[in-house]
Design a protein around this ligand. Structure first.
Ligand SMILES: Cc1cc2nc3c(=O)[nH]c(=O)nc-3n(C[C@H](O)[C@H](O)[C@H](O)COP(=O)(O)O)c2cc1C
Length: 444
């Protein structure tokens, strides 16, 4: 099928759209918003009911409140307009048709904005419904399903589009067919009715990484955006930051030309800190299960001041294997990653192989023998698997026994007395009861 040049040009421009999370704060005029919305309501709707309703928020105080309610969506505070997508309950026919209809209008809105040079982002993370309802004076009969932030990109921001799967991962003709790696496992169940998977609560999430293949874990890591942001301004919680600094305090002294490998790093969050601790001539290699995640981490780290003048290497893991010569690394870091591994013992063996004798492994993991263990079981596990992938907190006795097959323990640390939030550094016998347990291990 041949498209005329004008149509091809429009489609090419639409394909350059990417979500923006860094706005410059310029308000959008009502005329501009009305023009975008006039396009949006050209979208199809189930039975043509058009029982959608759009509430535009531009008031700065209200936007600040919207941002607080949302929790992590900091861009609500700086966008030019936030448009809540609402619909009238009770006319949804089958298969959530009203939700499908509002989403169609939402995307049409995004495309119209894009063609007008206005950036955007679709957001499901709007915060608790009752608080949003109060913010908007929304009647009980309406539901708000999300919000689209529009505005102008802040100067100096480089927007990066996260990778798309190959078309044949998501497309089949006449019948269902999908590559195994792209077909994430679900918890065993006789049936999987979507209606039971309410909001984030889902009985079908398979949290046990040993029931995933390495390729499936890699697939998730390759496409799911980390801490939501694909690049600049990646959201890092203070807790995450403080604990990571504490873990890195265990690092041994390294020779000037040290070879360091960061294995299955947390979207670069921890590697960004690691870089500030490395001697000048040290070489950092990022190892991961998917090229998409390696590209993302490299782009992200390139924007870190600590990366200036350094060349980062990438290493594409093949399952637990690190395709590197034996005894070629001085330090391996494994930050909150062992609990994500389909086969933790195989990963530790592979790390032991690439470390030189006397080399170190710095390992941190979520501790099942802390108050976090039961909290994870009760509060986190009933929800969908997060963007970081499936994991299970590990038991310190099991980890030390597994690590003891290859390494000596040089130092350890524990962080977080409570199930969540606090970052207290624990001492003595309490150290293995902290939410995060860290070990500095040495290969004999
Ligand atoms: C229904 C929906 C909900 C989303 N919710 C959020 C959100 O709450 N916060 C956020 O930062 N991004 C959110 N996104 C943006 C996605 O992360 C983004 O579209 C995806 O990573 C692909 O990137 P791209 O839009 O730049 O192509 C959402 C996108 C969609 C379609």
């Amino acid at each position: 099928m041949i498209l005329d040049l004008e149509a091809r040009g429009v489609l090419d421009r639409l394909a350059t759209r990417t979500s923006c999370r860094e706005f410059d704060g310029t308000p959008l005029s009502r005329d501009t918003i009305r023009a975008v919305m006039r396009d949006a309501i050209e979208a199809p709707s189930s039975c043509n009911h058009q029982s959608w309703h759009f509430i535009v928020v531009t008031d700065r105080d209200k936007l600040a409140r919207a941002q607080r309610i949302s929790g992590g969506n900091l861009h609500f505070g700086t966008c030019g307009a936030l448009i809540y997508l609402c619909f009238l309950n009770g006319w949804s026919h089958r298969h959530f048709s009203i939700v499908q209809s509002v989403a169609a209008a939402g995307y049409h809105m995004i495309l119209s904005a894009h063609l007008r040079g206005i950036s955007s982002i679709y957001n499901a993370g709007i915060g608790p419904s009752d608080e949003v309802r109060e913010l908007l004076d929304l009647p009980a009969g309406y539901t708000v399903q999300g919000a689209i932030a529009l505005g102008y990109t802040a100067p100096g921001t480089r927007l990066t589009k996260p990778p798309r799967r190959p078309l044949d991962d998501v497309l089949s003709f006449e019948r269902f067919e999908r590559p195994e790696a792209a077909d994430w496992p679900q918890a065993p169940s006789d049936a999987y009715p979507y209606g039971d998977a309410e909001s984030q609560l889902t009985p079908y999430a398979e949290w046990d990484p040993t029931r995933w293949t390495w390729d499936q874990i890699g697939d998730l890591r390759g496409y799911a955006v980390w801490a939501k942001s694909p690049i600049a301004g990646v959201y890092v919680s203070a807790r995450q930051g403080t604990v990571m600094e504490g873990v890195l305090d265990l690092m041994p002294d390294l020779p000037a030309g040290a070879e360091v490998i960061d294995v299955m790093g947390w979207g670069g969050t921890e590697a960004a800190r690691l870089l500030t601790r490395l001697p000048k001539g040290a070489r950092l290699t990022l190892a991961d299960l998917h090229d998409g995640n390696l590209t993302f981490m490299r782009q992200r780290l390139a924007a870190e001041p600590a990366c200036t003048g350094r060349t980062l290497q990438s290493l594409r893991m093949r399952g637990p294997d690190l395709p590197r010569p034996d005894a070629s690394a001085d330090l391996v870091t494994l930050p909150l990653a062992l609990e994500h591994a389909p086969d933790p013992a195989a990963l530790l063996a592979s790390i032991a192989r690439v470390l030189r004798p006397g080399g170190h492994l710095l390992l941190a993991y979520r501790n099942a023998a802390s108050p976090y263990g039961p909290y994870w079981e009760r509060e986190e596990k009933p929800h969908q698997v997060s963007n970081q992938g499936p994991f299970r907190p590990l038991d310190p006795d099991a980890v030390t026994a597994m690590a003891g097959q290859h390494f000596d323990i040089v130092a350890e640390a524990g962080f977080g007395r409570e199930a969540t939030h606090d970052t207290e550094k624990l001492e003595g016998r309490e150290l293995r009861r902290g939410r995060i347990h860290a070990l500095l291990l040495q290969k004999p």
